[in-house]
Design a protein around this ligand. Structure first.
Ligand code: NMX
Ligand code: MLT
Length: 432
């Protein structure tokens, strides 16, 4: 917190001076196409924690996923990074030492308990409530304890906003694995819960509380999974929603719940459940888990002819295979031998792109992060795919909340862009 405070105070001053000198410089222009086209590519916000390159993929504070798998501190006997280290990097801007990461692990353990009202609320929900609905509501049920909301009501001055936002963010991230594991166990395992293991780090403890496999490789997978899904610059729908809600000075609980509602859409995070559902339906329809290339091609064409998208393929910004997909593939190559669903995922990599390319309209025919994740989870026994987006959400919380602390520290104002009617566009065209 101290390290963050020093960095944030310095950047706040730098930004002030920069804006005074350069505030009127034009950095982008807006085409009418972008107003109708989901604001693709429009430079429109500040996001310190990560930045995306269309061809190289995401970089967290300048580091690629490949570099981070090497550089971030690790748990004993594990090759994958501790997600705690990525949170530190996003917040502080420096690769943490092992000692610093251990401190964060311990800090999240201290803050991890769920209040009884949260579990009581979840228990009152029908068991078939989608896990993402339960996640969003579970997050909101924690809002009673918001430090930010309480201190705001007491008259907190602006220069303390980040401090309260940091405390809430730390509390919320600490609790998310328990909340998510509670949702999983109540929905799919008879409400039989598994206590947290105080000896484990954040990601491994989550794997333990899910209770589907005590295999050390599954703990490694969770650490990798929670690291690579954390942030994808500011414009993606879950990050942008969290940012927008936070800009009203709603606290982190309201903001993250809003972000999770965006993540729950099939064009965004829900695509990870859609991918595996689509593959399993193919296997069932064909009656084999070793389909030929011809059979897969026909199934893809059927999907497209039915007017549906191929889940896990395409991206609003990326124009190459997603490095998060590649990282998961490398994990599978190292840890998983002969898994039928993983093999189908790899076959799709060669079959889907040329078909999408031939449609002539898809800007990126390559797989995104969601094309691979479900096959890895299935392999270790986490087969209930309606839960998959919750895992994405637990990870995404780290990026969007770290970015939220930065937004409060940099004094980011209420977000309020300009909208136009189609009539106004026509009038503009007449005049131009
Ligand atoms: N399958 C079929 N058609 C596609 C696909 C796909 N995978 N991707 C894009 N298209 C279509 C798209 O629907 C649009 O068609 P139309 O003009 O008829 O409306 C056309 O190609 C142009 O779209 P793009 O400009 O290439 O993509 P856009 O930026 O609009 O959308 C996605 C990006 C990610 C929403 C889109 O690629 C998609 O629907 N993919 C499948 C869902 C998915 O995997 N989402 C997960 C994204 C990652 N995440 O975790 O959030
Ligand atoms: C993400 O991780 O948020 C997705 O890849 C979507 C995006 O970046 O737009």
């Amino acid at each position: 917190k101290q390290k963050f405070a020093e960095k944030a105070a310095a950047l706040f001053q730098e930004n002030r001076a920069m804006l005074k000198e350069h505030g009127d410089k034009i950095i982008d222009q807006v085409a009418i196409r972008q107003l109708y086209g989901g604001m693709r590519g429009m430079k429109s916000m500040i996001w310190e924690t990560s930045e995306l390159d269309a061809y190289e993929g995401i970089r967290f504070r300048g580091y690629s996923i490949r570099e981070l798998r090497k550089l971030l501190p690790k748990a004993p006997n594990c090759k994958e990074p501790l997600p705690e280290g990525l949170f530190w990097l996003m917040l502080v801007g420096e690769i943490p030492s092992q000692e610093e990461v251990n401190w964060l692990t311990e800090e999240w353990k201290k803050r991890g308990e769920l209040p009884a009202r949260t579990t009581a609320m979840l228990d009152a929900m029908p068991a078939d409530t989608h896990p993402m609905t339960q996640l969003s509501m579970g997050i909101l049920s924690l809002q009673n304890d918001s430090v930010f909301a309480k201190r705001y009501e007491e008259g907190m001055p602006k220069n303390e906003y980040w401090d309260a936002y940091y405390e809430d963010s730390m509390n919320l991230i600490a609790k998310l694995p328990r909340l998510a594991a509670y949702i999983y166990r109540r929905t799919f395992h008879n409400n039989e819960h598994i206590a947290a293991d105080p000896s484990l780090d954040w990601g491994a403890n989550f794997a333990h509380m899910l209770g589907i496999s005590e295999h050390a490789d599954f703990k490694s997978l969770m650490r990798l999974y929670l690291t690579i899904h954390a942030d994808h610059e500011g414009g993606n729908a879950s990050a942008h929603s969290t940012h927008l809600v936070g800009s009203t000075l709603s606290d982190p609980y309201y903001s993250l719940s809003g972000g999770m509602n965006a993540l729950a859409g099939p064009l965004h995070g829900l695509a990870n459940q859609e991918v595996i559902k689509w593959i399993l339906e193919m296997v069932e329809e064909l009656g084999t888990d070793t389909p030929t290339n011809e059979q897969i091609t026909e199934y893809i064409n059927q999907t497209l002819e039915a007017g549906k998208v191929i889940p896990g393929y395409g991206h609003a910004v990326l124009r190459q295979p997603d490095p998060r997909y590649i990282a998961q593939r490398h994990f599978a190559e190292e840890y998983i031998k002969d898994d039928a669903i993983v093999s189908i995922v790899w076959k799709l990599f060669t079959i889907v792109p040329p078909i999408l390319q031939d449609l002539g309209k898809v800007k990126n025919p390559w797989p995104n992060v969601d094309a691979h994740s479900g096959a890895l989870l299935m392999h270790y026994g986490l087969k209930e795919f309606s839960f998959y987006t919750v895992l994405f959400g637990v990870s995404r919380a780290m990026g969007v909340l770290a970015a939220g602390v930065w937004s409060r520290a940099l004094g980011m104002p209420l977000e309020r862009p300009k909208s136009m009617t189609s009539k106004a566009i026509k009038e503009f065209l007449k005049k131009s």
